[in-house]
Design a protein around this ligand. Sequence first.
Ligand code: ADP
Length: 319
Amino acid sequence: RVVVVGSFNVDHVWSVAALPRPGETLAGQYHTGPGGKGFNQATAAARAGASTGFICALGEDAGGQLARALATADGIELHELRSDAPTGTAGIYVDRDGRNSIVIGPGANAELSVSYVDLQREAIGQARVVLGQLESPPASVAAAFAHARGAGALTLLNPAPADAVATPELWAAADAITPNETEFCAQLKRHTGAVIDPDKLAALADDELHADCRRLLPHGSVVVTLGAAGCFISHADGQWRGDERGYYRVAASAVRAVDTTGAGDAFNGALAASLAREPAQAFAAHVAYASRYAGLSTERAGAASSMPRDSEVRARFGA
Ligand code: ADP
């Protein structure tokens, strides 16, 4: 079982020719749908075939109802704090080059409390993998990780978004982190002061990248996702059964990407699901599965709603 602790947002998306400037009024193509890193990742975990629980905070409004209906449809067990605040929202403008401007209204997501997470101790204790992000209060994610570790579960932290700060307690409670290039460079700067250009990260020599990963999370594993360049894995000494190498790369799958929004969320949910479903496999095999799953997700537009099913991943890539 996977338990995700995280955010749910209702995304409001406007496709525009150019991003609006101060004082400007524009018309654009509008669509709305579910989002939030937590919910996207929980949907991916469930569709990748893991029994999945989702701990979140929702408002008493249409957004909350949407989350409940979608969770039911995907067989996700919802553990929701009902908040007086509105359900989380995101206002997103996307221009014709695919660049975006985003405003998030955390709303209920900010109300996910340590005391509510503590009440879910039993549900967390049933998980083999607990997955969190930084769109929820870090102390609450840290509380979930503490319960997970107490019950022998593995803790995965997706340190996203890049500008969010993880507390030292949360960092210490993560067995593995899964930053993309921007998030890796932002966290490395915050934790060590070292400055690396995210665009140059994938081209670094493996031993240099490994050394930076070790400085960033000395006690745990680091999986840096590099978009079409795949990902880089770095383990702490002696960690991870089945991986004889301390660091290595896993290639991205050959896909016809049309929309990479939510690729990171697909990767995280699938990685958690694979780790929970087949704990005896080598770590590299889990990353390879997550990479195939995320690759397939880029062939469709949308985030949570476009997450593929395990059967589709197997049909597309074999085995
Ligand atoms: P994020 O969405 O957080 O920016 P990435 O862009 O690093 O995350 O993508 C996460 C994973 O999704 C990658 O490691 C890779 O496996 C897969 N992926 C993303 N973009 C592509 C692509 N263009 N082709 C193939 N795989 C991709």
